[in-house]
Design a protein around this ligand. Structure first.
Ligand SMILES: Nc1ncnc2c1ncn2[C@@H]1O[C@H](COP(=O)(O)OP(=O)(O)OP(=O)(O)O)[C@@H](O)[C@H]1O
Length: 362
């Protein structure tokens, strides 16, 4: 792996109870890959990024780039941030207001001969699609354009790794996803290995080759978006990614193999369904995602609409089954039913995901 984190821990001595902000995190990125760290506020994303940058010391573990040890808690190695050849992009752009766009980009490459410096600035301007704006001041650009200048400035010194901390969070929602896709294209075109922190799933899916879900200082799963969504490794990941609920279920032996009895009827998924013995009496909780629930008036399973949220092409309905269970459903927005109405639904689950039963989830 090009970037390797081995059992990295970060601890702030002043923090209450002395709990580690980051605990035992191991992950790797191949050269040119983009990794994303996602998780709730306070889970340790920024602390981990700062440890990689050298802005925090590792209390445990090692950080390596291309085999070079940047931090090693056991032997006391801690390279200063400026010795790591790591670029950083922050939420607030941090552009120099009195410098032009071109001079902002040239800022970190002052040591290069003039001609080479100018060529690099031009290359970066072209890369981020701002060739026309070289002479402008930062305040004459939109938020998205300013963030692209910040990206160009961070990439100009050709860092071995780029770290981005919530780079889109000060932009409005529409722009965020578009810029996230643009940034991914720019990183891919320049072959940059990058690690980005966000709390926004759509952003994570738009940018990341690999996504890590963090919870209370731990890395719960490090996988591609598809696997996170369809094969969540823990209950926390299942609840954090996507829209869904856990419903009580029982795994039983059906004629064709194990199947799962749920409030929405039996689910069959030969490939992924655990054996009944996986849980005491086969009792478990099954993950039902909003896109696993299909509106079907021919279905015998009825549900009452409790809430609905318009999302453009679809509604997110919150439904209550006759049995009392709550489920969520994505329904095409031309199926516009009223709150309080009963509709027919059925489950279409490709990947059965089950967890040990938790009594208090409903
Ligand atoms: N300088 C510090 N001193 C003491 N504790 C800190 C410091 N920085 C962060 N912490 C604590 O470490 C934990 C992780 O914080 P961190 O900022 O890394 O989380 P985060 O996932 O990036 O959160 P957010 O999404 O809100 O930015 C939190 O409990 C936080 O209060």
């Amino acid at each position: 792996m090009f970037l390797s984190l081995e059992s990295v821990g970060v601890r702030y001595t002043r923090a209450s109870g002395g709990r580690a902000a980051v605990d035992g995190i191991t992950l790797g990125l191949a050269a040119g890959q983009v990794g994303v760290l996602i998780g709730p506020s306070g889970c340790g994303k920024t602390s981990l990024l700062r440890a990689v940058a050298g802005l925090e010391r590792c209390a445990a573990g090692r950080v390596l780039i291309d085999g070079d040890v940047l931090s090693d808690a056991a032997s006391g190695v801690h390279l200063a941030p400026e010795q790591r050849r790591i670029g950083m992009v922050f939420q607030d752009y941090a552009l120099f207001p009195h410098l032009s766009v071109a001079d902002n980009i040239a800022f970190g490459i002052g040591a290069l001969p003039r001609a080479e410096r100018q060529a690099r600035v031009q290359q970066m301007l072209d890369l981020v699609g701002l060739g026309h704006a070289a002479k402008r001041a930062p305040h004459q650009l939109s938020g998205g354009q300013q963030q692209r200048v910040a990206l160009a400035r961070a990439l100009a010194p050709q860092p071995r790794l780029l770290l981005l901390d919530e780079p889109f969070s000060s932009l409005d929602v529409d722009l965020r996803e578009r810029l996230a896709q643009e940034v991914r294209s720019i990183l891919k075109e320049s072959g940059t290995t990058a690690l980005l922190v966000t709390h926004d799933q759509l952003e994570a899916f738009a940018v990341g080759d690999v996504i890590g879900v963090m919870n209370q200082g731990h890395l719960e799963q490090w996988d591609d978006a598809y696997t996170l969504y369809h094969r969540p490794a823990s209950r926390f990941v299942a609840g954090f990614i996507g829209h869904g609920v856990f419903a009580p279920a029982q795994i039983v032996a059906c004629a064709a193999g194990p199947c799962v009895q749920t409030p929405l009827g039996e689910l069959h998924d030969m490939e992924n369904c655990p054996l009944p013995e996986a849980f005491p009496l086969g009792e478990c909780d099954v993950l039902l995602r909003a896109d696993d629930i299909v509106h079907d008036d021919a279905s015998t399973v009825r549900a009452r609409i409790e809430r609905k949220a318009f999302r453009g092409s679809e509604f997110l309905y919150t439904l209550r089954l006759e049995s009392g269970e709550q489920v969520l459903a994505h329904v095409p927005s031309h199926h516009d039913h009223h709150v309080g109405e009963w509709i027919g639904i059925r489950a279409e689950v490709d990947h059965v995901v089950t967890f040990p039963r938790v009594a208090a989830v409903r």
